[in-house]
Design a protein around this ligand. Structure first.
Ligand code: F3S
Length: 108
């Protein structure tokens, strides 16, 4: 499955959701998660993300490997929060796109 990682936090551009053929995205307050049981590994979302937050689970940078479990858990927690239409990014997304070490800011 594909996995959303740290760069998405506080950006949430949502360009990824409208190209998903299986409606695999779930929305939290400042992050999206992909349901690994819905994802069909089609790769469509990857080039859509302006901050390169999406990786196949076997190519995730080491420091973000825990996002595999996180997408699994949060997509279940947010099971009724489907998102498949691109919306406005978060306020100040552009500034947050430049920042690192955002994991502690993830809101559930
Ligand atoms: Fe997040 Fe990128 Fe999608 S910032 S909402 S993974 S387009």
């Amino acid at each position: 499955a594909y996995v959303i990682t740290e760069p998405c936090i506080n950006c949430k551009y949502t360009h990824c959701v409208s190209v998903c053929p299986v409606d695999a995205f779930r929305e939290g307050p400042n992050f999206l998660a992909i349901d690994p049981y819905e994802c069909i590994d089609c790769d469509a979302c990857v080039p859509e993300c302006p901050v390169e937050a999406i990786y196949p689970d076997d190519e995730i940078p080491l420091e973000w490997e825990h996002y595999i479990e996180l997408n699994d858990r949060l997509s279940e927690q947010w099971a009724d929060r489907h998102i498949n239409i691109t919306a406005d990014e978060m306020p100040e997304a552009e500034a947050w796109a430049e920042k690192e070490d955002k994991t502690s800011l993830l809101q559930e």
